[in-house]
Design a protein around this ligand. Structure first.
Ligand code: AHG
Ligand code: MN
Ligand code: MN
Length: 333
């Protein structure tokens, strides 16, 4: 494998794929650079005053941590100037974010979860950033929320950064999944894994078991069958992991297979799921499918969902293809 930098990789992609233009490369490079800055702040920890709650709530009614807002600002300020972005949308902002008048407006819409896994910030467990890139299809001079409401199939790029023992950028441009490792002394992203493929089968699941009493029957039955192990109907023993940072759970699945489930359940706040379609489920669904996996809400492919609202939620079941198909069969039988 050629250990190219992110810039070299993007140039190669542009030369071999007509759909990738200069603006998309500029957007991804400036976003990746913003994530280098977030990584620096993450590593400062208590020394950088980034721990703890900010004391405000976002549109989801969730308490915002200081690092949620710091990361949000770093991404907005780190990408708005690059000339490629028409407007942005963030988990931490109710309204779409316009590009200030002094900068050139491009044709791409950037959606992001600036800091995924907020409950893990203060306990020094892996956290991340998730992003999705769409094209503005309308002629609106000033983009509107409706411009963002496109199904996941329309994504031209998506991925995540995981701030863990290593800082990694995992990205798809619709042409396979690639991962870059950050060399923090030189702020260089170097290609370290290419054409990543998820094993089709697995015996490892990830779900927050404390919600079992709220689950709908298909999920209850599947997990019960997993727990029955080799003597049960699935005839194998399962292992369980739950990091509570989607980015970190998805990255484990990208690396060694598995399934991740955050299904809709009977709690009032989770009737439509907990995770957000536009900047969590769609980008992760795109990455997972590009790596040969599958992402559904139990019934439909995540990428097929027609969004109605910027911050809408969805159930999520994703990972190794055959296991996700098995879980889907519990929902349809
Ligand atoms: P965020 O920190 O962006 O709000 O996302 C947290 C999400 C996701 O990363 C994780 O899988 C899930 O919430 C954990 O939820 P529970 O605490 O309910 O397990
Ligand atoms: Mn999140
Ligand atoms: Mn978040």
């Amino acid at each position: 494998m050629k250990h190219s930098t992110l810039s070299q990789f993007l140039l190669d992609q542009k030369l071999s794929n007509l759909n990738i233009d200069n603006d998309l490369c500029k957007l991804i490079e400036s976003l990746a650079q913003a994530c280098v800055r977030i990584s620096y702040r993450v590593r400062q920890g208590a020394l950088g005053g980034i721990l703890g709650s900010h004391g405000t709530e976002n549109i989801q009614g969730e308490v915002q941590q200081k690092l949620d807002l710091i990361s949000n600002q770093i991404i907005v300020e780190g990408t708005q100037w690059c000339g490629a972005v028409a407007a942005m949308a963030s988990e931490e902002e109710e309204q779409i974010i316009p590009i200030p008048g002094e900068y050139r407006r491009g044709n791409y819409l950037l959606l992001f979860d600036p800091l995924d896994g907020s409950s893990n910030i203060d306990v020094n467990v892996s956290i991340g950033t998730i992003f999705s890139v769409l094209e503005k299809k309308s002629d609106h001079e000033q983009p509107q929320e409706a411009d963002f409401l496109q199904s996941g199939h329309n994504q031209v790029a998506a991925g995540y950064v995981v701030y863990g023992p290593q800082t990694l950028l995992v990205i798809t441009l619709g042409n396979g999944v690639y991962s870059f490792t950050l060399e923090s002394n030189t702020s260089t992203w170097t290609l370290t894994h290419e054409n990543i493929q998820i094993p089709e089968t697995t015996s490892e699941f990830a779900i927050n078991m404390s919600n079992m009493r709220y689950w709908h029957q298909p999920v209850k039955q599947y997990i019960q069958d997993c727990l029955s192990g080799v003597d049960g109907p699935l005839k194998k023993n399962y292992n369980m992991r739950w990091i509570a940072s989607m980015v970190a759970d998805v990255h484990r699945i990208i690396t060694r297979g598995g399934v991740f489930m955050y299904p809709a359940d009977k709690r009032e706040s989770v009737t439509k799921g907990k995770l957000r379609l536009m900047y969590e489920a769609n980008p992760m669904g795109f990455v997972i499918e590009q790596a040969g996996g599958l992402a559904t809400n139990g019934k439909n492919r995540i990428l097929d969902i027609s969004p109605q609202q910027l911050h809408q939620r969805t159930g999520v079941i994703l990972g190794s293809k055959k296991e996700v198909e098995l879980i889907t069969s519990y929902h349809t039988s």
